[in-house]
Design a protein around this ligand. Structure first.
Ligand SMILES: [Zn+2]
Length: 496
């Protein structure tokens, strides 16, 4: 799963690690605060942004090619950017083709928003609030601060290592130093989040938007993260690394405080732009893109590569860029990907000699899965924490040069209980005919007027989240738990 901003930041930092440590302090015109930004100049911000931009877009599934929507995001972003302090940044707004709910910025004015996030917003002011918050990070130059902090941590680490070895402490001190370095690049501090909100409110009111939209959208994001946590079997409110709330930890109170702290005069007739916004997102892709394949409950279907398989009860599927992963709550996982065949003539040989050349497998068997040549074998090993795990590999012929691969991993004690489900998953793999594949249509977000006969159960049943459909429907439409269906407004539904 590659959808993690932190890896990227680690990479960005590594590529700019050696830009000098003789620090200097500058007064930031946006925050009015002196900040230690090292020798990291505004030009460096722009250079870093420009260099990392294409990699980031690629990592997040590319741009969402919807010219009308793209133009709308860019126009809104530009309107906000006109009110920012650093006019020398080449502001650029990118709509990413991913259902994951996320927004972030690179130094130098590169701002990103996912279509997953657009699906949750209810009006233009809410979308503007997200863009304005990211412009806040850019103008406060938080990345430069963070990179400088990481440089400091590196310096500390070097000192720690030198001092440590002199004292005979060895590599432990080094590890602690590395942890500090990682922490300082992992996420923005609370103060930085507050600053981004305060600046964001400033840019919103300069562009004529209702600043309170930041608060309403924050509530929606929080509701969504609760549903998401439930779907993953985590306690409600817990955040995880793929969740926007974990990289932008903010509360309603703090955003309200930021609105006060911004001390801006509210626009006379603040723009909300609900109707315009809903008209723009009407028909937008919802969930996975056809080129990435679809998760439908326990079923994974790929209409372009033309195959499908189903995972056992209790497993949750996640569709990543390079692999599909399904996990259950007791630590078992199924990892599906593709591999290249170099020289093996059959699947048993591929399995043993190319996939796991250094691990002798037990019980290697040639099998046929719905007409496809395949092979399977397993091994007992240790995981990183020293637990005993069983791993089973299944290689399925795709064509002369490539294979589909399923890897089943579980704590060894669970093997008897899981064997049957894993076997069913193995044999659920099959090719889709052209006709079957063409029937699998992407889901789209549609805006419909509510009718008297409608119910939440009925309107939400086309969502792809099974028993969480109603919760999702409520989040999409700003309905509180138990709130009745409103009669006089348009509602977001999902349909193929
Ligand atoms: Zn933030």
């Amino acid at each position: 799963m590659k959808y993690d901003r932190r890896h990227f930041l680690a990479g960005a930092m590594a590529s700019t690690a050696l830009i000098g440590l003789s620090g200097c302090t500058t007064v930031n015109p946006a925050t009015g605060r002196s900040s230690f930004t090292g020798l990291y100049s505004v030009e460096d911000d722009i250079k870093l942004g420009r260099q990392e931009h294409p990699k980031l877009v690629e990592q997040f599934g590319g741009e969402y090619e919807n010219p009308r929507l793209k133009r709308y995001v860019v126009e809104t972003g530009n309107k906000l950017a006109r009110g920012t302090e650093y006019q020398q940044f080449p502001y650029q707004f990118t709509l990413l083709n991913t259902p994951i709910v996320n927004a972030f910025a690179l130094p130098g004015g590169y701002v990103y928003m996912s279509r997953g996030l657009l699906a949750l917003a209810s009006n233009e002011a809410e979308m503007a609030g997200v863009l304005a918050h990211e412009l806040g990070h850019v103008n406060a130059r938080h990345s430069a601060e963070r990179i400088s902090a990481a440089q400091m941590a590196q310096l500390g680490m070097l000192l720690g290592a030198v001092g440590g070895s002199a004292l005979g402490l060895g590599s432990e001190a080094l590890q602690i130093g590395q942890q500090i370095a990682m922490l300082s690049i992992q996420s923005y501090s609370r103060q930085q989040e507050f600053e981004a909100d305060t600046l964001g409110v400033r840019y919103m009111s300069r562009a004529g938007y209702e600043p309170d939209a930041m608060v309403t959208f924050l509530s929606t994001l929080r509701e969504q993260s609760i549903v998401d946590a439930e779907m993953r079997g985590l306690p409600p409110g817990s955040v995880d690394q793929f969740n926007m709330m974990s990289t932008h930890p903010r509360t309603k109170d703090r955003v309200e405080a930021a609105i006060k702290a911004a001390a801006v005069s509210r626009p006379d007739n603040p723009r909300i732009g609900r109707d315009t916004y809903l008209a723009k997102i009407d028909g937008m892709l919802f969930g996975d893109d056809p080129s990435q394949g679809y998760v439908k409950g326990r079923l994974f279907q790929h209409p372009e590569l033309r195959f499908q398989f189903q995972v056992p009860e209790g497993f949750r599927l996640m569709n990543g860029r390079d692999q599909i992963v399904a996990q259950n709550q007791s630590g078992a996982a199924i990892i599906f990907d593709t591999g290249k065949v170099q020289r093996s003539r059959d699947m048993a040989s591929y399995l043993q000699n190319e996939w796991t050349p250094n691990t002798p497998l037990r019980d290697v068997e040639r099998i046929t899965i719905n007409g496809q040549e395949a092979a399977t074998g397993w091994v007992r090993g240790q995981d990183r924490r020293g637990g005993t795990v069983d791993l089973r590999g299944v290689a399925i012929r795709r064509n002369a040069q490539s294979v589909y691969r399923m890897l089943f991993v579980n704590p060894a004690k669970d093997s008897p209980r899981l064997a049957r489900g894993f076997r069913e998953t193995t044999y659920s793999f099959r090719r889709l005919s052209q006709a079957e594949a063409s029937k699998i249509k992407p889901l789209r977000l549609l805006l419909v007027p509510a009718r008297k006969s409608d119910s939440i159960g009925g309107l939400s049943k086309t969502l792809p989240y099974g028993k969480y459909n109603e919760s999702w429907f409520r989040v999409l439409n700003d309905l509180k738990p138990n709130e009745a269906l409103p009669q006089n407004r348009r509602l977001k539904v999902v349909a193929a």
